[in-house]
Write a protein that binds this ligand. Structure first.
Ligand SMILES: Nc1ncnc2c1ncn2[C@@H]1O[C@H](COP(=O)(O)OP(=O)(O)OP(=O)(O)O)[C@@H](O)[C@H]1O
Ligand SMILES: [Mg+2]
Length: 279
């Protein structure tokens, strides 16, 4: 297999257990992500989505199976190997506040991963400014503190922080779930723009099918820690095969039918527009 065909991520027969006697949270899960591909990971609450993301990031131990990044086995990667990987493999979580130090200006958060990678100061400040510009925030914002930003802006900062190292793969775990609909649309458009031409892949974890549909080329459906269906996004959305997927699709993410209709309409509008205005 040539280097360009090696998937950026390969997960083989992954099993993850929390506690010895507990049923596995993730069981025999296998999938791969091609370079520059966005793979959506959906499933109801507790199905194991976050667990898979965390295992890839080295945050939960793997009971069995393998995780390969760019062809290299990282299943048992130790701290120094993880550090070497941290520029290539990044994450954006639901609550960016939890990953930002409230007592440090956000410029520090942006330059920190570059400092760890040994980049000279002038260069890392340059990279941080570029990352800020890429997510549509003014350079002056680097001097400000996390609490001084709105939720949508904080998520932009989290994205800038993930992308500042020019990663190959970003694990996005419910990265837009806490945002209101229009901010969600802006951040999703931003994620789509940033991957364009960058050979950047995403593992995009979300419970909201509409959000996944917008970004993912392929979708994996998870039920109780197992993959029940996998396919191209349009197939999964328009012609789901597994009963579980059908139910998941039919289940409205919001209980209010008026709100649901409004959401659907908003999504149609979003998909029709080439790009939404910046926040
Ligand atoms: N730290 C933990 N200790 C013990 N059990 C855990 C832990 N984290 C998750 N679990 C269990 O593992 C299973 C999968 O959880 P996980 O968080 O991966 O689900 P999820 O698909 O991300 O759900 P959600 O959509 O609610 O975020 C659940 O049964 C959960 O209770
Ligand atoms: Mg989760």
């Amino acid at each position: 297999m040539s280097a360009s065909q090696t998937p950026i991520l390969e997960v083989q027969d992954l099993v993850i257990r929390y506690g010895k006697r507990a049923a596995p949270a993730v069981e025999d899960v296998s999938f791969s992500i091609a370079r520059g591909e966005t793979l959506g990971l959906v499933g109801e609450s507790g199905s194991g989505k976050t667990t898979i993301g965390r295992a890839i990031l080295g945050l939960v131990p793997v009971a069995s199976g393998r995780i390969l990044f760019d062809g290299r086995d990282i299943t048992e990667a130790g701290p120094s190997e993880r550090r070497a990987l941290q520029g290539d493999l990044r994450a954006v979580f639901q609550d960016p506040f939890s990953s930002l130090n409230p007592r440090r200006p956000i410029g520090d958060a942006l330059t920190e991963p570059l400092r760890v990678a040994g980049m000279p100061r002038a260069r890392r400040e340059q990279k941080a400014r570029e990352a800020m510009a890429a997510v549509g925030l003014p350079e002056a914002a680097m001097e400000r503190y996390p609490r001084e930003f709105s939720g949508g802006q904080r998520q932009r900062i989290a994205i800038a922080r993930a992308l500042v190292t020019d990663p190959r793969l970003v694990v996005c775990d419910e990265a837009v779930s806490a945002l209101d609909l229009s901010t969600q649309a802006q951040v999703l458009n931003l994620l789509a723009e940033l991957r364009a031409g960058a050979d950047l892949g995403y593992l995009f974890i979300a419970h909201d099918m509409a959000v996944v549909e917008f970004l993912a080329q392929r979708i994996i459906v998870l039920n109780r820690g197992r993959i029940v269906e996998e396919g191209a996004t349009s197939e999964i959305i328009h012609d789901p095969q597994a009963h579980y997927t059908k139910v998941l699709m039919a289940a409205s993410p919001v209980p209010d039918p008026d709100e649901q209709a409004r959401r659907r309409e908003a999504w149609r509008a979003l998909k029709a527009s080439a790009s939404a205005p910046a926040a």
